[in-house]
Design a protein around this ligand. Structure first.
Ligand code: SF4
Ligand code: SF4
Length: 354
């Protein structure tokens, strides 16, 4: 489990266990939920439509065997049912906001009953932007509920009547893979529900979503040219778990993310000039477009100049060597910010690497 999330989760559990620190614990919980939600936001903002229904781990044992869209639906349907039908006894966000129609979901249940290909087929039907807005609305509504709780509420348990209300909502399928949820929730008190549907359940599914997107990025990069148009090596990039590279539909590099069509300035300029990369452009040295706008990342331009002189294969060899020799996140940590100096370091590395 991600260490930051795990630590925050443990801290939250310990804080809510004492009356004097209960309110602080709730704020830690909301902070954790915000951290997790920011991962979902990033994925929704960055990844192409197909990423939400693909199942790169189909058949595996674990939450990562599902799809990203299913994970989003499932986390927030469970939270909506528990927060409103079970705890609040009021209308779920799904119904009060008319979200089922906006999302295009054929079901109102948690999705536990869906198996194998059904999960992908279900995911394809969903409008991801509407689903994301629904997730946000559920989160915000639950945050209000959490902030309204008092320490004494933690011990509130649930009756047969509560259980029947959940069953009668028909929001949990009667399939054996789903119906157990009703007893599972209703046998807990509010403290138990905070520990699972409102926190740990998110962590487990968001981690699974991250695993899915990492795998999709890796798959997208397979067979694609690993040299980015600007001169960076996608294979050695610190963002490679988040980005499939600028020659794939999974391009989530920082500059691309600033453009509505998710194509970075260097890439669109190269495409317009019909060249493979900036290293083929006559205006490279003086160019200030995209990644070349900032003097503190001149290292990228140094790499493009290196490719121009020695080729892409040679750059990949040097990058393998530098990764072995130095611990660094960004290439400018090794090449510095000076263009000529950066090129010299790359050239010197050629000799050492032999
Ligand atoms: S951020 Fe740029 S260099 Fe890194 S993987 Fe994406 S396209 Fe490649
Ligand atoms: S003008 Fe700049 S961004 Fe465009 S291809 Fe040339 S070097 Fe690249």
């Amino acid at each position: 489990m991600n260490k930051d999330w795990s630590d925050k989760n443990k801290r939250m559990q310990s804080l809510i266990g004492r009356e004097t620190t209960f309110a602080e614990g709730i704020e830690v919980l909301i902070d954790l939920r915000n951290d997790l939600f920011s991962q979902i936001s990033y994925i929704v903002n960055a990844f192409p439509g197909e990423a939400f229904y693909r199942m790169p781990f189909a058949g595996a044992n674990g939450y990562h065997s599902k799809t990203i869209a299913y994970s989003m639906w499932h986390i927030f349907r469970i939270e909506d049912i528990v927060a409103h039908t079970l705890i609040g006894g009021d209308e779920q966000v799904l119904f009060s906001g008319g979200w089922q129609k906006k999302i295009g979901s054929p079901i109102v249940t948690t999705g536990n009953e869906l198996k194998g290909e059904e999960i992908a087929e279900f995911s394809k039907k969903l409008n991801i932007n509407a689903l994301f807005e629904y997730c946000k609305a559920v989160m915000e509504s639950t945050d209000v509920l959490l902030r309204g709780l008092a320490y004494a509420d933690l011990k509130q348990s649930f009756s047969e009547e509560d259980k029947n209300r959940v069953k009668d909502s028909h929001c949990v399928s009667s399939d054996e893979d789903a119906i157990w949820l009703v007893d599972y929730w209703c046998d807990k008190d509010i403290r138990g529900l905070i520990k699972m549907p409102f926190s740990r359940h998110w962590i487990m599914h968001v981690e699974a979503m991250c695993r899915i997107k990492d795998r999709l990025c890796r798959e997208a990069r397979k067979g694609a040219n690993p040299i980015a148009r600007c001169g960076l090596s996608c294979n050695h990039c610190f963002l490679k778990d988040w980005c499939g590279g600028c020659r794939t539909a999974y391009n989530t590099c920082s500059d691309a993310m600033n453009h509505p069509e998710k194509v970075c300035t260097n890439t669109s300029c190269c495409i317009e000039k019909n060249i493979d990369g900036c290293y083929e452009c006559d205006g490279l040295v003086t160019c200030r477009n995209g990644f070349y706008e900032y003097d503190d990342i001149n290292a990228i331009k140094a790499m493009a100049l290196f490719i121009r002189k020695y080729g892409k294969k040679e750059l990949l060899k040097i990058m393998d060597y530098l990764r072995k020799e130095y611990k660094f996140e960004k290439i400018q940590d090794v090449l510095g910010n000076d263009l000529e100096e950066g090129l010299k370091i790359l050239e010197k590395s050629m000799k050492r690497e032999l």
